[in-house]
Design a binder for this molecule. Structure first.
Ligand SMILES: CCC/C=C/C(=O)SCCNC(=O)CCNC(=O)[C@H](O)C(C)(C)COP(=O)([O-])OP(=O)([O-])OC[C@H]1O[C@@H](n2cnc3c(N)ncnc32)[C@H](O)[C@@H]1OP(=O)([O-])[O-]
Ligand SMILES: Cc1cc2nc3c(=O)[nH]c(=O)nc-3n(C[C@H](O)[C@H](O)[C@H](O)COP(=O)(O)OP(=O)(O)OC[C@H]3O[C@@H](n4cnc5c(N)ncnc54)[C@H](O)[C@@H]3O)c2cc1C
Length: 669
């Protein structure tokens, strides 16, 4: 291996960047103070040799992977406490979020943290759905890792349709206990993270029966394993569900119950209650039980979709700046692959998406916090809008991110197929989020339900909330001739969304008029409904990005880049969905060449700043974990170093040669 110097092409890219990269880093982090905190945090954790990987996890067995992940998780959580005690600054919650859902966690446990569900789902559920007394008892125990907990909702037979869950919790007033049973194979809990061999308690979502009546699904805290021996308690059948496409250290498990008894106090009773005599007291809204899912959907947009995409882009962009292949002009010398317009088309629109996701995530987080405060005061008015936006943003951002990460991998050719590129684990992590916490199509249909109602309300002159206000204003504005401007893009995206929503609503009405049952009409139109929800989300993200790029308090050089990215976001999705813009936004085919040219010019303008933009994400090599994406660009040396970690390279001749290959070859002589 040669000495470590920065690759000359990367150096040149950095010298020609037109804006101050540190300014972008500060903007991305939310201010210089946040950048400083993040860096200190990363240093504290990533410099610890005990937390560093000794053998790449791909070369470990399934069991060894889990054991190593558990070892590091324990150290990691000890260090979190140490961090909070020594610094006295930065709430533990920020640290946990960074570790469990963010970049730091992916640096230390790239295939998932087996403790994640304790913090991501168990604690938010107890805090959102437990009484003050329950919170006082359970939160501190779980927070301090005296116990380790998960969230067990999904079953072998039902994930999406949670009203169809089969696990039963039957109240026995004689002992003031709930009795848990898994009446069928399909009622076994299946999927919860950490359930396999890590957790000793879980929030279990089950059908509540009292006085012979079923009251639907409710959350309960159930002890699964002995706190001392970790043996499953009597009647608990528990294990791990096996190897998966990714997230192989998160220890997803299965769980069945046979007459397992828990005290009445373990039902989370902030919303609905069961009194000692078995009387059921209703919740103000049965949807409050779904609160934890909203929280996680909100967190995913930034913590998974935007974060992991920024990682994939850093890898693919740096690599594309130093990788040379072929010539554009014969005899002119080999070209950096980043010079190819098709390569720019693969990488730069996802950069724009990353920014759009990031500003949308900030908006979503703010509305989540204000609506949660309103719910605590008994005001449920804005819950439907929050639910609708959390659903579509989770679906669209995880879909865009997973797709773009795969494009980034393809953009790095064969080397991207190596585990050492870190694309496989990055993709595995993000595509999982397309399914968990609400499968994406299903979530889009939830948003569509809200949109169709909003459209009906707009038509009848009713009031509309912030995100659907355009359904009232758009139809009143005359279609104007196409102009290549951000403002026109913003309006065109809203027109497309409004048009799609109207088409769905009228298609449903038409079917109902000829006697189709409303539910059947909904199903028949659901392809368009899912699309309408996606276009609504896209219009929202376009507008949020426009607001952000045009109002950001940054230098003119950085603002120019933000505006270029924002225009690229719009032109890219417009050209990808031309039919919609022809149908609903007054676009004519004669307008298309100028938009295509606009998009191509944007690619050209962004080109000199591409490396600067991904450098601005400021993802350290320890977090990036990629032979292709390291800051110094010494790709080929790193690929070799990683190849030499393969256990097969430990000996010049593997023992299997003598055992199998040699006798086989000899037998053919
Ligand atoms: C690290 C990885 C961790 C992963 C963990 C997991 O995956 S854990 C497992 C994660 N699992 C999942 O994510 C499972 C995904 N499945 C689900 O979330 C639900 O079962 C469902 C929403 C798909 C349908 O539910 P349903 O059949 O009961 O409902 P419906 O369609 O009949 O609508 C009735 C009304 O309720 C409304 N409403 C619905 N949800 C919410 C909400 N959260 N808030 C507020 N409102 C909500 C809806 O808008 C509608 O309002 P309307 O129009 O009547 O005024
Ligand atoms: C990595 C990972 C981690 C997970 N962690 C947890 C966890 O910690 N705790 C937990 O409880 N669960 C967890 N889950 C489970 C997860 O929440 C479910 O897998 C998810 O909600 C989807 O449910 P399902 O698997 O039953 O899919 P299904 O609902 O069976 O979906 C299958 C197909 O049917 C379609 N479909 C279903 N219903 C409808 C409908 N109404 N309209 C139109 N199409 C529909 C879907 O679009 C999809 O194409 C995890 C899953 C994964 C992959």
């Amino acid at each position: 291996m040669g000495s470590i110097t920065i690759n000359k092409d990367l150096l040149r890219e950095r010298q020609s960047c037109t804006f101050n990269v540190l300014e972008l880093t500060h903007l991305w982090d939310g201010g210089p103070e946040k950048t400083k905190e993040r860096k200190e945090l990363e240093k504290f954790f990533l410099d610890d040799p005990e937390l560093q990987e000794k053998i790449p996890s791909e070369y470990l067995s399934h069991k060894e992977k889990y054991q190593e992940a558990l070892r590091r998780s324990c150290l990691l959580f000890k260090k979190i406490k140490e961090w909070s005690d020594t610094t006295g600054c930065g709430s533990q919650m920020d640290t946990f979020q960074n570790i469990l859902g963010g970049m730091l966690g992916s640096a230390i446990l790239p295939d998932g943290v087996p403790f994640a569900l304790n913090y991501v789902m168990f604690l938010p559920t107890v805090m959102g759905q437990g009484t003050m007394q329950q919170q006082a008892y359970w939160v501190s125990r779980a927070w301090n890792c005296e116990i380790m907990c998960t969230y067990a909702q999904t079953e072998l037979g039902h994930g999406t349709f949670i009203r169809g869950l089969e696990t039963t919790a039957t109240y026995d007033p004689s002992t003031e206990e709930f009795v848990f049973n898994s009446p069928t194979l399909t009622s076994y809990k299946w999927w919860p993270g950490g359930l396999g061999h890590t957790c000793n308690y879980a929030v279990v979502v089950a059908q509540l029966y009292t006085k012979g009546q079923c009251h639907g699904i409710h959350p309960f805290i159930v002890q699964l394993r002995d706190e001392e021996t970790h043996m499953p308690l009597p009647g608990i059948k528990i294990g791990e569900i096996g190897s998966k496409l990714g997230m192989n250290t998160i220890n997803n498990g299965y769980l069945g119950f046979e007459n397992v008894r828990i005290p009445r106090e373990n039902m989370l009773m902030k919303n609905s209650k069961v009194l000692p005599d078995g009387t059921y007291v209703n919740s103000p809204s049965d949807k409050l039980t779904y609160g934890t899912m909203i929280f996680v959907r909100v967190a995913l947009v930034r913590g998974i979709a935007a974060a992991y995409l920024s990682k994939a882009l850093t890898i693919a962009t740096r690599y594309s700046a130093l990788r040379k292949q072929g010539e554009i002009k014969p005899g002119a010398g080999e070209t950096q692959i980043l010079e190819y317009r098709t390569q720019q088309h693969k990488l730069f629109p996802p950069m724009a998406m990353c920014f759009a996701m990031r500003c949308s995530a900030d908006w979503l987080w703010d509305i989540y916090n204000s609506v949660t405060a309103e719910l605590d005061r008994g005001d449920l008015e804005r819950l439907p809008e929050l639910h609708a936006m959390a659903c579509c943003l989770k679906a669209v951002c995880t879909k865009d991110s997973a797709k773009a990460i795969e494009v980034c991998r393809l953009a790095t050719g064969g080397h991207g197929y190596m585990n050492s590129s870190n694309f496989p684990s990055t993709y595995g992590m993000v595509t999982a989020a397309e399914t968990y916490e609400g499968e994406n199509t299903v979530l889009l249909l939830q948003t569509a339900r809200f949109l169709v109602k909003a459209w009906q309300q707009a038509r009848s002159g009713g009031n509309l909330t912030e995100t659907v206000e355009y359904l009232k204003t758009m139809p009143l504005q005359p279609l104007s001739l196409w102009v290549n401007s951000l403002q026109h893009l913003g309006i065109a995206f809203k027109r497309v969304a409004a048009g799609n929503i109207e088409t769905c609503a009228t298609s449903i009405e038409r079917r109902i008029l000829v006697g189709v049952a409303p539910e059947d009409a909904w199903n028949e139109v659901s392809i368009q409904l899912a699309k309408a929800a996606e276009t609504h989300c896209r219009a929202f993200m376009m507008q949020i990005f426009i607001n952000f790029a045009t109002s950001a308090q940054v230098s003119p050089e950085l603002k120019k880049v933000l505006i270029e990215l924002c225009e690229l976001y719009g032109t890219y999705f417009l050209l990808d969905n031309l039919g919609d813009f022809f149908m609903y936004a007054g676009l004519r085919s004669s307008d298309v060449p100028s938009i295509q040219e606009w998009m191509e010019t944007l690619l050209h303008k962004i080109r000199p700043n591409a490396v600067g933009i991904v450098d601005g994400f400021d993802i350290s090599d320890a977090v990036l974990r990629s032979a292709l994406g390291a800051y110094d660009g010494n790709v080929y040396e790193r690929l070799f170093a990683e190849a030499n970690k393969s256990p097969l390279n430990a000996e010049p001749v593997d023992e299997s040669f003598h055992k199998y290959l040699k006798p086989f070859l000899k037998s053919n002589l």
